[in-house]
Design a protein around this ligand. Sequence first.
Ligand code: SAM
Length: 320
Amino acid sequence: MSARSSARSVLLTWPDRKEPSAGAGLIVKKLTGDNRGVLYAGDNLSVLDRLIAEGQTDASLIYLDPPFFTQRAHETTPRKGATSEVAFVDQWDGLAHYLEALGARLSRLHELLLPHGSIVLHVDTKTSHYVKVLADSLFGFDAFASEIVWRYRRWPAKTENFQRVHDVLLRYRKDPNVAPRWNQEYEPLAPSTLKTWGTLKQRAVVEDGKRKRSSSTEDESKGVPLGDVWDIGIIAPVSKERTGYPSQKPEALLERLVNVLTHPDDLVLDPYAGSGTTLAVARRLGRRFVGIDESAVAIATIEKRFAAKGVLLTQVPAGR
Ligand SMILES: C[S@@+](CC[C@H](N)C(=O)[O-])C[C@H]1O[C@@H](n2cnc3c(N)ncnc32)[C@H](O)[C@@H]1O
């Protein structure tokens, strides 16, 4: 595998690299709920091709949390008394195979985004650097917007290494020349700032073109504009949010993305829906959603999750 660069872009390539091919296969099921969202059961490649063919290219946010190249099968964690089952299999003929499959999906997802839209790829540290070069080559180097580090605390692993306590979220914009959807969020002021300045907003005092010092204003500070390192807890074993689906992400993480990067009624797309975290959050925050997953266990988990909120997902006939 190698990375070739030219003046304009970088291309991740490897022997026998194939260009993304047209998705084959049929959509098994299409479920629809309260007119705010649609859930497709089936391989996302075929579904994405169908969405493109139907001209449903109005996503403001695409969040994807694909399998992490763990080379193993992932099982559910059932409640007491029940048995676990395989939810999805994350096994590949090698990293090139994994990246090829992901690249085929990324190029289609890009077509489904509106010009102001963002695509957020959730990966881990084993593959994030390969995925970043792949995404740069597909979306354009200038479309890269941020690398968000999601830091969490978890039970320590037995390892003679630093504990792995973060995932990586790569955000790309569809069109870097168009103003993105952006609702500014803030984090609390640092204790040292609070001690010196209290909660009043600071103003930079510039002399001879250089920032010399700060001075207080009369206005209350909203805090510090949100940075790209996010401390958000993983879902606790006893949390009500927990579905038992492997690799379920916390709603708080998706809430932040949806709140910052979309407006009410915007469309949020998650092609690796899993337990339906993105869909549940999008719906709760008044956004429209499209979810896709090929695992029957995932689809059943999502249906149950929605039913618990009083929303029934009903199957619609094929072709509609
Ligand atoms: C890491 S999980 C997503 C977890 C999800 N973010 C959540 O919070 O529950 C990845 C999901 O991708 C699905 N998946 C993998 N390959 C797929 C494909 N080609 N088409 C559709 N779904 C796929 C798996 O079935 C699995 O549910």
